[in-house]
Design a protein around this ligand. Structure first.
Ligand code: SAH
Length: 413
């Protein structure tokens, strides 16, 4: 908490920006990013978090947002169309709308979900995840730092919590001068009494390591796909590739899979998967399922299992983002194709393949086509059951933000 005291207050200065006609059009249509290359003129050099006001050539207001001198996304737009004061009340309003959007989700059975999904909730570059009574606030831009006091004031009003923990993207961690002593894992409000934090998702209990876990501790975006897997799992031996802490594995077990194998290259993640099974033994399916852990590279592991003659009736393949930039797309598509072929190599006829991609650079069409090519390579026919996208707590704020896609298909003979 005193770590916050060192943060400077928001600057009184307003930067005035003129931008290209194309950028004006995009902003007016609600695009939340202004790129550095679209700036035509600027009234002064800006500091991280300065409020930047974008005008058109007739000096009319276009948009206002947070200035980030270190990023090609130079302004994170907060409001377009009509001017607005960016203060605690503004943030409280945006946060209240985000909370309302998730009203149907939050409750006894699900106490872990995304409360704020950046651009999708009108708060570009900011993510807030709830894990029961703990909030994890993740920043993707240093521009948020001077506004944290006001943001936290708004948050305390609309989503009171025992503790608010700060997580920083890698890009933000590389800019220590802009952090004023704040570090990844700092407690911004309240007290974190225990880590990992236990929360519920559809009645299953999971731990989230909010200080060191990937993302903010759990992959909350897969909740609906996991529920789908539960419905498909009865009587099926399941292989969960890229299992992390066993999210899909637990749902399969509760759904009646007699045996579950969780495979991941991270030993600590799989250790957590084992603990998550222990946390849920009161569910008969979980108590009855055999659970095996494989700490292994996914590609090598799948090839090894195939060679050893291991076969499954349900395979979930949920890899990390393979393409973080444009130049990596071909290699990513190649990896998706290989993974699909490898997974089909361990699926019995009639087995179900669930395969997801979280690479925002890879379009849904390209991804599904890559999986189809993998199936052709493996000489298997896929009968599609469903294609899914974003859950309600991960609203899409801009086309580039539609990162999640998932295929559910039966692998025929
Ligand atoms: N399906 C998970 C989320 C997967 S995140 C869930 O529902 O929670 C991606 C996972 O892939 C991470 O746990 C990471 O440790 C693992 N991983 C990354 N590269 C890998 C590789 N080459 N082989 C196996 N696992 C890998």
């Amino acid at each position: 908490m005193d770590s916050l005291a060192a943060l400077p207050p928001p600057s009184e200065r307003r930067l005035a920006l003129r931008v290209t006609p194309e950028a004006q059009r995009a902003l007016r249509q609600g695009h939340p990013w202004l790129f550095d290359r679209a700036i035509v003129s600027q009234s002064a050099a800006g500091q991280p978090g300065d409020l930047a006001v974008i005008f058109d050539e007739r000096r009319r207001f276009v948009a206002i947002g947070l200035y980030d001198p270190a990023s090609p996304i130079r302004v994170r737009v907060l409001q377009q169309g009509a001017p607005a004061a960016i203060d605690a009340a503004f943030f409280a309003g945006r946060l209240a709308a985000a909370v309302a959007r998730r009203a149907a989700l939050a409750g006894q059975e699900t106490s872990g979900y995304r409360l704020v999904h950046g651009e999708g909730d009108g708060l570009s570059g900011l993510v807030i995840d709830r894990y029961d009574r703990v909030l994890v606030l993740k920043l993707y831009s240093t521009a948020w730092l001077p506004h944290l006091h006001q943001l936290l004031a708004g948050l305390a009003q609309v989503a009171p919590a025992e503790a608010v923990v700060l997580r920083l993207s890698r890009t933000v961690q590389r800019q220590p001068a802009a952090l004023h002593g704040l570090a990844d894992g700092a407690t911004l409000a309240g007290t974190l009494t225990a880590n990992p934090v236990i929360f519920r998702e559809n009645g299953l209990r999971f731990e989230a390591d909010v200080l060191h876990g990937q993302k903010t501790g759990f992959f909350l975006d897969q909740r609906e796909n996991r529920a789908r897997v539960e419905g498909l799992a009865a009587g099926r031996e399941m292989l969960n590739v890229f299992a992390y802490t066993g999210g899909f594995s637990l749902y399969a077990a509760r759904g009646g899979a007699p045996a579950v194998v969780s495979l991941d290259s991270s030993a600590p993640a799989l250790a957590a998967a084992g603990r998550n099974f222990e946390l849920n033994r009161h569910w008969p399916g979980v108590a009855a399922a055999r659970h095996d852990l494989l700490v292994e590279d996914a590609f090598a592991g799948l090839a090894r299992l195939a060679k050893a003659g291991r076969r499954f009736d349900l395979a979930v393949v949920d890899p990390p983002a393979f393409a973080k930039q444009q130049s990596e797309i071909p290699a990513a598509l190649h990896s998706y194709r290989r993974l699909a072929a490898l997974a089909l190599g361990v699926l019995r006829p009639g087995g179900v393949l669930v395969m997801a991609s979280c690479s925002s650079r890879v379009s849904a069409e390209e991804f599904f086509a890559a999986v189809d090519r993998g199936a052709a390579r493996a000489r298997r026919r896929l009968h599609q059951l469903a294609r899914t996208g974003h859950p309600v707590d991960h609203p899409i704020g801009l086309a580039e933000g539609a990162y999640l896609k998932c295929l559910v298909a039966v692998a025929e003979e």
